[in-house]
Design a protein around this ligand. Structure first.
Ligand SMILES: Nc1ncnc2c1ncn2[C@@H]1O[C@H](COP(=O)(O)OP(=O)(O)O)[C@@H](O)[C@H]1O
Ligand SMILES: Nc1ccn([C@@H]2O[C@H](COP(=O)(O)OP(=O)(O)O)[C@@H](O)[C@H]2O)c(=O)n1
Ligand SMILES: [Mg+2]
Length: 237
């Protein structure tokens, strides 16, 4: 939706649009649909975005639970890892760097990941986003806030014992280059050192919902369901 605004705005560029865009932050300038409304082309104001970050160690069940959240609550699912793997597969300029970073269990520079997320958000007609596996570092978090210009409404943390995460990752069987014991150990270290501080940050902000990520997939989803069910009752979702 953002891109549509951008292309339209070039054809109707006026001092009004320029001034308005400079005054509004990125999200607002791109989602309020001012350009469309000025031309009367597309209907009114978009809904305010509702953003959920989905955090947890490797194999904690983020992706599995996201599928259930999408089915039940109609979110758009944006997996940072999937977007990065798609970049590798498309042989883009950053592909080789991303592949090496993933093999090493390290974190891809935030600007790269945020740009991919931004593009997906632009293209989506949904206003409810599940951003899975992001932010994994403070740098990721700050970069999202700076580039996208919004904060999450909800942060889910799938809290799972390391032993269980390792077992699940080794059984994942998706042919991923990072699903081996050597890389998992590195990823767990990165998770402890870089991702836990982000989780603590959101805990302090009162946005964190911690899910005990052991048990069956359905049992875990029964902890997730009431969180979104409560938000559904509010006009914001
Ligand atoms: N509650 C669960 N119990 C056992 N295995 C699970 C559970 N949830 C997910 N899995 C399996 O564990 C692996 C990792 O799950 P996934 O959703 O990919 O985690 P993440 O995205 O956090 O790395 C997958 O093979 C998945 O099928
Ligand atoms: N925000 C992110 C997310 C993933 N990644 C990279 O992508 C890898 C796989 O991420 P993922 O979210 O698909 O992994 P899982 O936690 O789902 O197993 C990570 O280990 C990082 O190397 C990243 O650099 N930055
Ligand atoms: Mg995943």
């Amino acid at each position: 939706m953002w891109r549509r605004v951008a292309s339209l705005s070039s054809s109707i560029s006026s001092s009004f649009l320029a001034q308005t865009a400079s005054r509004l932050n990125t999200w607002e300038s791109l989602t309020t649909g001012i350009a469309q409304q000025a031309k009367g082309v597309i209907a009114p104001k978009e809904k305010t975005p509702f953003i959920t970050f989905v955090l947890g160690g490797p194999g904690s069940g983020k992706g599995t639970q996201c599928i259930k959240i999408v089915e039940t609550f109609g979110f758009a699912h944006l997996s940072a890892g999937d977007l990065l793997r798609r970049e590798i597969a498309s042989k883009s300029a950053d592909g080789a760097m991303i592949l090496n970073t993933i093999k090493e269990g390290k974190i891809v520079p935030s600007q790269v990941t945020v740009k991919l997320i931004q593009k997906e958000m632009e293209l989506s007609d949904n206003h409810k986003f599940l951003i899975d596996g992001f932010p994994r570092t403070e740098e990721n978090r700050v970069s999202f806030e700076q580039i996208i210009g919004v904060e999450p409404n909800v942060v889910l943390f799938f809290d799972c014992p390391e032993e269980e995460m390792v077992k699940r990752v080794l059984n994942r069987n998706e042919g991923r280059v990072d699903d081996n014991l050597e890389t998992i150990k590195k990823r767990l270290t990165v998770f402890q050192a870089l991702s836990l501080p982000v989780i603590n940050y959101y805990s302090e902000k009162g946005k964190l919902y911690t899910i005990k990520a052991i048990g069956t997939e359905d049992e875990i989803f029964e902890q997730v369901r009431p969180i979104f069910a409560a938000f559904e009752k509010r006009p914001s979702l």
